[in-house]
Design a protein around this ligand. Sequence first.
Ligand SMILES: C[S@@+](CC[C@H](N)C(=O)[O-])C[C@H]1O[C@@H](n2cnc3c(N)ncnc32)[C@H](O)[C@@H]1O
Length: 222
Amino acid sequence: MFPQAEVTAVDGAPELLARATQRAKRLGVRLRTQVAEFPEGLTDLGPAELVWSGQVVHHVGDQQGALNQLVGLLGPGGVLAIVEGGLPTRLLPRDLGFGRPALQARLDVAMADRFSQMRAELPGSVAVVEDWPSMLRAAGLNEVRSKTFLVDHPAPLAEVPRQWVRRSLERQRAMLGERMDAEDVTTLDRLLDPTDPAGVDRRADLFLLTAKTVYFGRRSDH
Ligand SMILES: C[S@@+](CC[C@H](N)C(=O)[O-])C[C@H]1O[C@@H](n2cnc3c(N)ncnc32)[C@H](O)[C@@H]1O
């Protein structure tokens, strides 16, 4: 959208920044990168016209403090956009033909519990009502709005989204195995078995449906 823009990519993981560098070269984007473990390491950044934070604020103990800090990087009239919330991803039919139906609903609950535990264990964790528009206003932004983007890959899935589904279920199997009952773990193992015709590598009814929400607001000039 902004071919003249100078972009600084910031993340705690150097591997991710290396991927961003490769992609920027391919797309002709002028990019520099900076490794920073939020909330430290941002002091030499800014002022920026646009700060975009993709699913990072929820990894910081004090989410309102993080938003305040990101707003501090904006020049007058600058915009902060954060990707948070949205909808859980849907990948599988309710009834897979084996196992107990509605596996995804139970994965969502296990994921939500794990997420709450992850937040509670973060250094300096602060409980807050996760009303993102109010939090952006409290950080000093005006004209706060949101827009939600549908991600819709219908069945049958092409190879790339199919691989994404596999990796996503592998991650959930590793993270949530202890929170799921034995029958659901067996179902997940069958889905991940590359030799099983009903597994994710071979079944024709996989899809990828989700929605990503971006909340954004402008720093007033006054
Ligand atoms: C869900 S991923 C999102 C990745 C990417 N921003 C995107 O929108 O696709 C969360 C990212 O937050 C980064 N992250 C988590 N905690 C962080 C922290 N305290 N400081 C900097 N980066 C952090 C992780 O390294 C990871 O890349």
